[in-house]
Write a protein that binds this ligand. Structure first.
Ligand code: SAM
Length: 340
């Protein structure tokens, strides 16, 4: 049972339940870890060095007290801080007062970084192995020509001076957008992908795009510098999509637009093992929440279901969001498409 209602104040019972649940060393450390992003039971077991039943019991108490939410996704479950505003704000405010130099908290953060690095390495090995046949893998999911047409439609024919493509892979998005952008940069963490992207761009005669090695969570670009940022089929590989969205938003200039293309929620569990997917797609609520938390307004959301509705295929979702800061020469309605 949840003691929480969604009003802006916390009732006495809810506050007591939350405080009691948090007043235990492991549970407080779990809350501090979840403030860094969603984690599975197995991640928390690795980080905290405690057995799975113990971690599960702590999580159950935190969920019952309304501090933590469990989000089921296929055979996995992700745990994160509640999205109920007053409880989340109070939790984050309390965690912010903890001394980051505290030995246990510092060790947990180090282990969290190691666990995330292990996830990233597994995905990087997959990308290196796929580098030369990535476009083939993409076309297994959904007709790529339809996705590309939808990308061009949703962006409209407004001229883009500066574009940034995050997790650029083979550089295909840079090539697609090159006729309508002044200058574009693609960022990818994987050297094999970057080599392939450079070769593809040269072969396609794309002269206005460059690629650079970099991490989507710490972009090697100044803030406020791009009219358009694209994140195409990358977020489902990441540990912390919300953080990647915030970092993408940081790169946007006033009035700039962020286009995210990823899968709608699905149940194709094999994609985790065979294709290094961490998340089985994203609901509109999840993505709209991440975009709004990054300070952006969602201006369009469209979905492209598989042509025959086949259960073993995937629906592609496109979200277009906009930095709300006013620029004198930007039209107020950036797309002819309506918000879904
Ligand atoms: C599925 S591919 C998509 C490539 C491209 N956007 C496309 O759709 O053709 C995902 C890409 O994200 C890159 N990637 C994964 N994690 C990353 C990170 N933390 N920082 C930068 N790139 C990352 C991978 O190396 C890979 O090239």
């Amino acid at each position: 049972m949840s003691f929480i209602d969604a009003s802006s104040r916390i009732g006495l019972d809810a506050a007591l339940a939350a405080l009691r649940a948090a007043a235990e060393p492991t549970r407080l450390r779990v809350l501090a870890l979840l403030a860094e992003g969603e984690l599975t039971v197995s991640d928390l077991t690795d980080i905290l060095g405690q057995s799975q039943p113990r971690i599960s019991r702590h999580l159950k108490l935190l969920v019952e007290a309304g501090l933590v939410e469990r989000r089921r996704e296929g055979a996995w479950a992700f745990f994160g801080l509640t999205e109920i505003a007053p409880i989340k704000q109070a939790t984050v405010a309390a965690l912010d007062r903890l001394d980051p130099a505290d030995a246990a908290l510092a060790r947990d953060r180090e282990r969290l970084a190691e666990v995330r690095a292990a996830h990233h390495d597994a995905a990087a090995r997959y990308f290196s192995a796929q580098a030369t046949r990535w476009d083939g893998v993409r076309s297994l999911h959904v007709a790529e020509t339809a996705v590309e047409r939808a990308i061009l439609d949703i962006l409209g024919d407004r001229r883009v001076e500066t574009a940034l493509d995050l997790g650029t892979g083979t550089g295909r998005v840079l090539e697609l957008l090159s006729p309508q952008v002044g200058r574009a940069i693609g960022i990818d963490s994987n050297r094999d992908m970057l080599s392939l992207a450079r070769a593809n761009l040269a072969r396609a005669g794309v002269a206005n795009a460059q690629v650079r090695q970099g991490d989507i969570f710490a972009l090697p670009v100044p803030a406020d510098s791009f009219d358009l940022v694209v994140v195409h089929q990358v977020l489902h590989f990441l540990d912390d999509g919300a953080r990647a969205v915030r970092e993408a938003a940081r790169a946007l200039s006033a009035g700039g637009r962020l286009l995210i293309v990823d899968f709608a929620p699905h149940g194709i569990e094999e994609l985790r093992e065979a294709h290094a997917h961490r998340r089985l797609g994203f609901s509109n609520d999840t993505m709209a929440g991440w975009l709004s938390a990054a300070g952006l307004d969602v201006v369009a959301h469209i979905q492209l279901p598989p042509p025959d509705g086949a259960a073993d295929k995937l629906t592609v979702s496109l979200w277009l969001a906009r930095d709300p800061r006013i620029v004198a020469d930007a039209p107020l309605s950036p797309s002819k498409l309506e918000v879904a």
